[in-house]
Write a protein that binds this ligand. Structure first.
Ligand code: PEP
Ligand code: MG
Length: 535
């Protein structure tokens, strides 16, 4: 038995025979052409065909892996329209009088060597291979064996990964590739167990041998012994039962036996989580903890453009489903190194959330600009954290108005009618929930902070965990008060703190008329299962 370790890309166990992907890389000969105009027209037709195929792949991908990932194939279409690349291809045909296949291959290699678009190398090669395949007509890649198998490759292009038939490709392993590549993202979204970056130790002599992919650990075993095989089969079965039970609920309604409905959304912190939301089948993003963008960015505040790109991706990925972006809830245990907090004796009760935003005008306005601009790409809503007074909300809304006027003056597109919400995380906000509801369109209860401030107990202090009662009657009473007040104003309410995923509370929240529960992406289906079991 041989064990190889690579990078884990997509969880799960796969057991099967290994088959190397044979791209039919015929030698591309360089042939002189007499009629260069005819060759250009052949190239042009191949381009049209490639654009058509990529458009088809875009359609398939939206269904298979969601709109954000499908965008890869829009980008690939744009590659064919890159002047530097296209002019070089046609130049080789017109000036050197060489055939189109050779021109595509050579121009692509030159283009990649010129350091441009290095990050897109795999996509550029993918497009070139497609063009050459179309030009060489009877070229056929060997991708499939007769029985289900584990696919091995040097690298796998995104367009190949998206077309992998899950029924036949049990998993895949590669020599190269990175965990954030489009191929890796697609594998995760499709739920195909895979390990990449195994290097040259993944040898072609393993063709046809039985292997195990352990996607949880990022390891593969070639010709495993009987004991390991039995253990892994059992792990695979357990995992499968768990997944299929939950997977069956995808596309189903969040409805109780008696017909009561509630929305389930997902909470995210980074752009990478968006893909997990798509896989989870959540009805949107109920809480985008935008402060993580600020904490991840080293010593610098994220620019408007960086934020805009992250919010736009979330908006586009969710289509018509809502995406609630919470403005940076920095402070407390979420410090960003570019902000000076001094020596706060009690940071949880210190300079945090909306208090920082209202002090740091430039930072706040930059974030609001990015949110407003991204909002035209989907159903984006903005939410303010750590509210304790009505004045804070009025002030935050004034900033929002100011930013709208500035964008208007600059003739920049944005969503004029963006919905505004607040987090209910302090007893003060609970007591003022009637007044606050008149100022905003929705509430979201942050039970994590609301519990710590109601009980006067630090949510991160291990010493008091025995006293930290997340079902404390005072907390439940508060949630009920907030729900009543917001509904009296005809506005909606969600719960996005950890209590939303507590399945012992689900029935209670539904009875209370909570409109939405927002939980971590991998808790979505378990919550749906619970809701559907309630009488
Ligand atoms: C909360 O307080 O419940 C909440 C959702 O916000 P965070 O956990 O990010 O403080
Ligand atoms: Mg909070």
């Amino acid at each position: 038995m041989i064990t190889l370790t690579g990078k884990k890309v997509s969880e799960g166990i796969a057991i099967g025979k290994l088959s190397f992907y044979k791209r039919d890389i015929k030698e591309i000969r360089h042939i002189y052409v007499k009629d260069v105009e005819k060759e250009i027209s052949r190239l042009q037709k191949a381009k049209e065909r490639a654009l058509f195929e990529l458009q088809e792949l875009y359609g398939i991908s939206i269904r298979e892996v969601g709109k954000a990932n499908a965008a890869i194939f829009e980008q690939q279409q744009a590659i064919l329209d890159t002047d530097a690349l296209w002019n070089r291809i046609t130049g080789i045909i017109l000036e050197d009088k060489l055939n189109a296949e050779y021109a595509v291959k050579t121009a692509t290699e030159e283009y990649l060597k010129s350091e441009r678009d290095k990050g897109n190398e795999s996509d550029i090669r993918d497009v070139a291979v497609r063009m050459i395949r179309i030009l060489s007509r009877n070229w056929k890649d060997k991708l499939f064996m007769d029985e289900p198998f584990i696919l091995a490759a040097g690298d796998l292009y995104p367009s190949e990964a998206v077309q992998l038939d899950k029924e036949r490709v049990l998993g895949f392993v590669t020599k190269y590739g990175t965990i954030n590549s489009h191929t890796a993202i697609i594998a995760r979204t499709k739920g195909i167990p895979s390990v990449i970056g195994l290097g040259e130790s993944l040898k072609s002599e393993y063709e046809g041998k039985t292997i195990i992919i352990d996607g949880f650990e990022g390891r593969i075993y070639i010709e495993p012994d009987y004991t390991l095989l039995t253990k892994m089969k059992q792990r695979q079965d357990e995992n499968q039962v768990h997944i299929t039970n939950l997977e069956r609920l995808k596309g189903k309604e969040n409805i109780t036996q008696s017909g009561q409905k509630i929305d389930i959304c997902a909470n995210i912190g980074t752009r990478e989580d968006i893909e997990r939301v798509i896989r989870s089948d959540a009805g949107g993003i109920g809480l985008f903890r935008s402060e993580f963008l600020f904490m991840e960015n080293g010593n610098r505040q994220p620019t408007e453009e960086q934020q805009f790109q992250a919010y736009k991706l979330a908006a586009e990925s969710m289509g018509m489903n809502r995406v609630v972006i919470r403005t940076a809830d920095l402070g407390g245990d979420k410090k960003a190194s570019f902000l000076e907090f001094g020596n706060e004796p009690n940071p949880a009760m210190g300079l945090r959330g909306i208090r920082i935003s209202l002090e740091k005008e430039e930072m706040f306005k930059t974030q609001l600009r990015a949110i407003l601009r991204a909002a035209i790409y989907g159903n984006v809503q903005v939410m303010f954290p750590m509210i304790t007074t009505v004045e804070e909300v009025v002030q935050a809304k004034e900033y929002l108005e100011k930013v709208k006027q500035e964008l208007k003056a600059e003739k920049v597109f944005f969503d004029e009618n963006i919905k505004v919400g607040v987090m209910i995380e302090t007893p003060a906000a609970v007591m003022l929930s009637g007044e606050l509801a008149r100022e905003v369109d929705f509430f979201s209860i942050g039970t994590n902070d609301l519990t710590q401030f109601t009980l006067g107990m630090d949510r991160n202090n291990e010493l008091i965990m025995n006293h930290y009662d997340t079902h404390h009657p005072a907390l439940l009473k508060m949630i009920r008060i907030v729900a009543n007040n917001v509904h009296l104003e005809g506005k909606s309410i969600s719960i996005c703190g950890d209590l939303a995923a507590d399945l012992t509370m689900t029935e209670y929240f539904i009875q209370m008329g909570i409109d939405e529960l927002s939980v971590a992406p991998d808790q979505v289906l378990a919550l749906r299962k619970k809701i559907r079991e309630i009488q």
